[in-house]
Design a protein. Structure first.
Length: 290
């Protein structure tokens, strides 16, 4: 089976296994993080129903502590490994197709090999009007890659994933993906965890980023994808993954899920102290219908 080698080990996160574990644990224990490790948390063995999470995707030294809030909640709320984790991110490189699903094989990280759930990938593509199989879009894209070590840390290196990246950031594409995933869930009963990733406002002062992010987050928490796009376009908010976020909103609406829960918001300035030139990050939990 083919392997997708890590493109950003050594830059966005450490390339050495022991150092990567240390970086992950530092994210959980960071003052802006949740303050405890997943193994130290009391897990909900009755299995709280969770649809998915919206998480950031910058280097761990910047967004790791914010992302750790989602991954701690994941470990607590979903102690048993899901059948598969669908990971949806933006296509920053704009290589390959504009709506791309990775078909099969393994994604390698310093923690091991995560297998692509090829059967689930095929079902998603079959149920979509826009998405097709393509590896080129994934070759150097970091948004999905940086999620995999967090998932392996929680569920083991052999967690099954379906990597998806979106270059065509439209509501129509987001809705189409949500429809395809919902069809798989309803028709096949798969225990799918949906992880969408975006960073929020880019390269403005801390104060401006906090305010712009607040307006975008408000619409996400209201499950209003259309209003989110209106804010992104008119304010504007330089959010790099509006379509991944909107796809999770649409999926939540389709399955009748309750309102999302903001777990943590911060900016890179909160981490580094440089508040004149910041990026916003957020972790949001999307509960499933009870």
């Amino acid at each position: 089976m083919k392997k997708r080698l890590p493109a950003h080990a050594g830059t966005f996160y450490p390339a050495n296994r022991e150092e990567l574990v240390e970086a992950l644990e530092a994210s959980f224990n960071h003052p802006l993080g949740p303050g405890r490790l997943p193994r130290e948390a009391t897990r909900k063995r009755d299995g709280e129903r969770v649809l998915g999470y919206l998480v950031p995707h910058a280097g761990y030294m910047y967004s790791g502590p914010v992302a750790a809030h989602a991954y701690l909640d994941m470990a607590v709320s979903i102690p048993e490994r899901p059948d598969a984790v669908v990971i949806v991110g933006p296509n920053h490189t704009m290589l390959g197709l504009r709506a791309s699903v990775y078909k099969e094989g393994y994604w390698e990280t310093p923690l091991g090999l995560a297998e692509v759930d090829s059967e689930l990938a095929k079902l998603i593509v079959a149920g979509s009007r826009f998405f097709a199989f393509d590896e080129t879009a994934h070759m150097y894209e970091h948004s999905v890659e940086v999620q995999v070590p967090f998932l392996q840390y929680i569920y083991g290196e052999d967690v099954r994933i379906v990597p998806i990246v979106i270059g065509l950031q439209t509501l129509e594409v987001a809705r189409d993906l949500a429809n395809a995933v919902n069809k798989v869930i309803s028709e096949h009963g798969a225990r799918i965890l949906y992880v969408a990733t975006t960073d929020f406002n880019h390269y403005e002062s801390h104060e401006i980023t906090v305010e712009k992010d607040r307006r975008a987050l408000e619409k996400i928490l209201e499950l209003d994808a259309e209003a989110l796009y209106d804010v992104v376009e008119k304010v504007p908010v330089t959010m790099c993954g509006p379509a991944p976020a909107a796809s999770l909103i649409y999926l939540a609406r389709e399955v009748g899920a309750p309102k999302p829960i903001l777990l943590k918001h911060a900016t890179s300035g909160d981490v580094t102290g440089e508040k004149g030139w910041t990026v916003g990050y957020a972790s949001i939990k999307f509960p499933a219908r009870g």
